[in-house]
Design a binder for this molecule. Structure first.
Ligand SMILES: C[S@@+](CC[C@H](N)C(=O)[O-])C[C@H]1O[C@@H](n2cnc3c(N)ncnc32)[C@H](O)[C@@H]1O
Length: 220
């Protein structure tokens, strides 16, 4: 039986995102680390979001709201949901994306999203799985909760930094060790094969590509 990771470790995976740290997040992570550490430049991620975001979209693990803000979504025509367990992230992203009158949901991905009654056509999960404690099978409990609020032809897409069976440069190896020791990341044992296997258990169409040490996945 797959068990939910303990609450302390779940909290640790999001505790670094504070009002203060979010002010430098886009510069340090989105711009610098994506290109030079994880070797998956932000342009790749923006294009990925552009390709898969629908007009009825939910973003999970919102961070600063950076990627959604790059997409030229049309206010008035766009339904946008923001879901995160971290209040600071939700508040930061809500201000940035205010023109879309976003629906705000404060949940951990490990709990069912019971207040979402109207389903979504697309759900993004960008750089969230590597923050979650547990093995890939435990992280995939989140896929079940997403599937429950996805329309029948809807899709889930996202990215995650892998710890296993991808090539890490020197900086990536160092940062992975530090972040995993601090429990900011929990991904040393995450592999692409396991990710594919957990997605295939739940979705009929699964596509996963690797860029640098990042997996880009789409499933529906
Ligand atoms: C690395 S940031 C990614 C932010 C944004 N998606 C991006 O790519 O720029 C991880 C995000 O996942 C959220 N998060 C971490 N653990 C979570 C959990 N158990 N449930 C929901 N959100 C979580 C954090 O609060 C944060 O917003």
């Amino acid at each position: 039986m797959i068990t939910t990771p303990n609450q302390e470790d779940i909290q640790a995976g999001q505790s670094i995102y504070t009002q203060k740290s979010l002010l430098v997040y886009d510069l340090m992570v989105t711009r610098f680390s994506n290109r030079f550490v994880w070797q998956c430049p932000r342009k790749t991620l923006i294009d990925f979001f552009k390709e898969h975001t629908s007009i009825n979209h939910l973003d999970i693990g919102v961070g600063t709201g950076y990627f959604l803000n790059q997409l030229h979504l049309v206010p008035g025509k766009q339904r946008l949901g923001l879901l995160d367990m971290n209040k600071a992230c939700l508040e930061h992203a809500k201000i940035k994306l205010n023109q879309f009158a976003p629906e705000i949901y404060q949940y951990s991905i490990f709990e069912p999203f019971t207040s979402i009654s109207k389903k979504f056509d697309s759900v993004s999960l960008n750089y969230v799985l590597h923050c979650l404690p547990g093995n890939v099978a435990q992280k995939a409990i989140g896929f079940d909760h997403i599937k429950a609020i996805l329309n029948q032809n809807g899709k889930i897409f996202g990215t995650t930094i892998l710890g296993k069976n991808v090539k890490h440069n020197g900086l990536a190896t160092k940062l992975l060790t530090i972040y995993n020791n601090k429990k900011i990341m929990h991904n040393l044992n995450d592999s692409c094969d396991e990710l594919i296997s957990e997605l295939r258990k739940r979705f009929s169409k699964v596509d996963v590509k690797i860029r640098g040490c990042v997996a880009l996945f789409v499933a529906g």
